[in-house]
Design a binder for this molecule. Structure first.
Ligand SMILES: [Zn+2]
Length: 245
């Protein structure tokens, strides 16, 4: 059984298996979730060893879904120094493997320097819904590259307020801020347009009320945040910084 963990933070990379259920409501084992979250904070920074990336598409994906992934990744090829090249089958080199899931979308954050039973693939699992949105495919790919969620950056309390009363206890760990020793913002201003930002009512008990409000002049204000269209300029800037583009 897959462990389902939501990924938190901004630019940092960890070891271990981390999955998110941001786009799908799936029960999380609370104890394991807490343990994994702590591990995330203790683990060192890891990034992919070079800018040539390889990816593979599972045969479970429809032609349209394959096309969506290729188009989503082309944005990185065009706007960063990373080059995603498709490979057909299991190769001796490390590659990102886009697979289909009936009920979850997620991946591990960052490069795993010591692949365990997973072999040479870094799996990204996506539902049909997630495969239909370029921004979601890019969101998961940014996790692969080492980005956490925008609202978990270490300075987020200067920019947003989390309403824990409207969030089930088992999801509280998913709103944790990262430590500033484990992550960096690359001095990018807080980015409500980031494709890595949760929407304002993420994980809400009552979705008509926000779980995240923006801080404006000391007051908590409801506003739109996050999107599933494309990486923001800030997202792309961070990728370029991480990979020395
Ligand atoms: Zn995510």
């Amino acid at each position: 059984m897959w462990l389902v963990i939501v990924l938190l933070g901004l630019v940092s990379i960890v070891s271990g298996e981390y999955f998110e259920n941001y786009y799908n409501e799936i029960d999380i084992d609370d104890e394991l979730a807490d343990m994994k979250t702590r591990n995330a904070l203790q683990n060192p920074w890891q990034r992919w060893p070079n800018t040539q990336m390889y990816y593979r598409l599972s045969s479970e994906l429809s032609d349209e879904e394959k096309s969506n992934v290729r188009s989503a990744l082309a944005v990185f090829n065009e706007q960063t120094c990373l080059q995603f090249e498709e490979v057909e089958a299991s190769a001796p080199r490390r590659y990102v493997y886009y697979k289909k899931s009936p009920n979850m979308c997620g991946t591990r954050v960052g490069y795993n320097p010591v692949p365990l039973l997973g072999g040479s693939s870094h799996d990204v699992v996506l539902t049909g819904h997630c495969l239909s949105k370029a921004g979601i495919i890019q969101h998961e790919t940014l996790h692969v590259l080492g980005l956490y969620h925008e609202q978990s950056r270490h300075d987020r309390d200067d920019h947003v307020v989390i309403d824990y009363d409207n969030i089930p206890r088992k999801y509280w760990s998913q709103f944790m801020a990262m430590s500033d020793s484990a992550t960096t913002t690359y001095d990018v201003p807080y980015d409500f347009e980031s494709v890595m930002h949760y929407p304002k009512n993420a994980f809400a008990k009552d979705p008509s009320k926000p779980t995240i409000r923006a801080l404006v002049d000391g007051a908590a204000v409801e506003r739109e945040m996050g999107q599933v269209l494309a990486p923001s300029e800030g997202d792309l800037f961070k990728v370029r910084q991480m990979y020395n583009c």
